[in-house]
Design a protein. Structure first.
Length: 557
């Protein structure tokens, strides 16, 4: 694989690809997204997905989806299926170009034999601990393995017997013969194959040896004629090794280009750590809405379009940087503001009784589904003598900047009447349990023309028609911007990342809300029915995101 020149720009990779096309080096651009099926994809993978599929689309090429399934101990069909679903959900289609590294096991084995025949690979019988000692350090060269000078015939025989399953795990490995004094530790006779007596999710027990990722990855790209192998910066030091394999095997050379991986504040991106959170029950699973996994974000209600917008907005560069989680949340808000239907829900209810409204009367009022999009139609809301408002929309002793309801004050009910608070009803403990109000019955309407001017407009829900729901409010999973700082990232978990609120009242139209479909609860935030927790008698809504960045406000930013 050829070296990458230094470039800058929002997407320097496009510039490099354009140069390759203009020079005639390639006529068709082929990229790939190569996940390992050992966990669920997260938002960092979304950046790579959008980049690779996006580049292929921009240059009228194609993008392969390839599962680098070289470790049967950690890989499962569950992860394969979840990854395919995630990529599709993001809006990308690989068509007929779905591949597995395991499909190339025979070819990779022949490549290894080719290196043995050239005297460029040997079977080593050092233990793992011995191999670590022989490897050397960043300042000291490594030592040659005592098995490095085995003959081609002996190496061929041992490698064949390794494949046949004659040896237990850990007995032998196949190593490349490069340079034990190389400054790049990846070139100090790296392991190509190890013995693993483990069933593979696709090949079963056919193989007793499996290629290492570093050996399989570049050759798989070559087999598929991938023109541009896009990967994150941690693979930059591996590129000389990939180049060595390609050169020694004399096969097609993809161009490797590295970019900075996504570092998102208040989040961890390590699959190992995410798996640990799942296994140790810090979260409910990979799809916990607090997780940075795509399945978790989908369950929470994040639209795929918002994630694509986020990946486009942060751009692609070479320098490592941190992206504030608020940037992602802003993309979600922007998308939902345009697409989410509106509804009213009272999260902390306070009962209101209209003393001048007939007891049995019920009015069917009309409200817009979306105030800026008349094409989305209208919805019916019910109005009656008794309804609920938000407790925070009433203040017994209002401050000067409080323009909502108070004793003797008026507010307009969204899409309904102007009301005045006449009496405050308290229980024996002095707690407010009810407001007795009167309505100006000449002020009905979603677009009032009555000429009355009041400073406050609040939302409400008719008590007899209210749909009782529960709300799960999610906050940042970690309480610090960089959870990895400190001895243990788990010590930085946010104890308030999940709050369950019961006895919430929503307008009746939400009885038909479908799981995963976002709504804006007016003046409150964006919510959707949880597809998992709503299996009981009462709908459970996830808070997707607030109407504005309340976290930054709370943190004084």
């Amino acid at each position: 694989m050829s070296s990458e020149e230094s470039s800058t720009g929002a997407n320097f990779i496009k510039t490099l690809i354009q140069e390759d096309l203009e020079s005639g080096k390639h006529k068709t651009i082929v990229t790939r997204f190569p996940p390992e099926p050992n966990g669920y994809l997260h938002i960092g993978h979304a950046k790579a997905i959008c980049l690779n599929f996006g580049l292929a689309s921009d240059f009228n090429g194609r993008c392969h989806l390839r599962f680098d399934d070289t470790n049967p101990i950690k890989e499962e069909d569950e992860y394969v299926n979840a990854i395919r679903e995630d990529v599709s959900w993001l809006g990308f289609d690989w068509g007929e170009h779905l591949y597995y590294t395991s499909s190339y096991f025979e070819q990779l084995y022949r490549y290894a034999l080719q290196l043995i025949e050239k005297g460029k690979a040997y079977v080593c019988s050092l233990t793992t601990e011995q191999m670590r000692e022989y490897r050397g350090t960043l300042t000291e060269p490594g030592r040659l393995s005592p098995y490095r000078d085995r003959t081609v015939e002996e190496n061929r025989d041992l490698f064949g017997r390794m494949r046949a399953g004659e040896f237990p795990d850990g007995t032998h490995v196949l190593r490349a013969k490069i340079d034990m004094a190389a400054g790049n530790l990846n070139l100090r006779d790296p392991i190509l194959y190890r013995i693993l007596h483990a069933s593979h999710h696709r090949t079963g027990d056919e193989w007793s040896i499996y290629p290492m990722y570093d050996f399989a990855h570049g050759q798989s790209d070559s087999i598929e004629a991938v023109t541009h192998s896009i990967c994150t910066l941690e693979f930059e030091d591996h590129r000389p090794l990939y180049d060595w394999f390609i050169r020694e095997l004399g096969i097609f050379a993809p161009r490797q280009i590295e970019f900075a991986r996504l570092n998102l504040s208040y989040t961890v991106m390590s699959k190992r750590k995410l798996l640990q959170l799942v296994q140790e029950k810090y979260v409910s699973g990979w799809d916990d809405p607090r997780m940075p996994t795509l399945v978790g974000m989908r369950r929470r209600g994040y639209p795929a379009a918002a994630i694509r917008k986020f990946c486009e907005r942060i751009g692609v560069g070479k320098g490592a940087s941190w992206i504030d989680l608020a940037v992602l949340e802003d993309c979600v808000r922007e998308e939902l503001n345009e697409t989410a239907p509106r509804a009213m829900a009272v999260i902390h209810p306070l009962k209101v009784v209209l003393t001048n409204y007939p007891q049995e009367q019920v009015e069917e009022l009309t409200a817009a589904v979306h105030p800026q999009k008349p094409e989305m139609g209208s919805r019916t809301i019910y109005f009656s003598r008794q309804f609920y408002i938000e407790r925070d929309d009433f203040m017994e002793e209002p401050s000067k900047k409080f323009f909502r309801l108070g004793p003797g004050r008026e507010v307009r009910l969204r899409n309904a009447y102007i009301i005045r608070c006449d009496e405050v009803v308290k229980n024996a403990a002095g707690e407010i349990i009810e407001l007795q109000c009167s309505a100006d019955l000449a002020t009905l309407g979603a677009n009032p023309t009555d000429g009355r001017k009041v400073k406050g407009t609040i939302h409400w829900v008719s008590a007899p028609h209210a749909l009782s729901i529960e709300i799960l409010q999610y906050d940042r999973l970690f309480s610090v911007e960089n959870p990895d700082k400190g001895e243990d990232y788990r010590q930085n978990l946010n104890p308030g990342s999940l709050q369950k609120i019961e006895n919430v009242y929503a307008e009746a139209s939400l009885v038909n809300a479908l799981p995963g479909v976002p709504y804006q609860f007016e003046r409150t935030g964006y919510f959707c029915v949880d597809p998992v927790d709503s299996c009981g008698s009462k709908p459970v809504f996830n808070r997707i995101v607030t109407l504005r960045d309340s976290w930054a406000k709370e943190q004084g930013k």
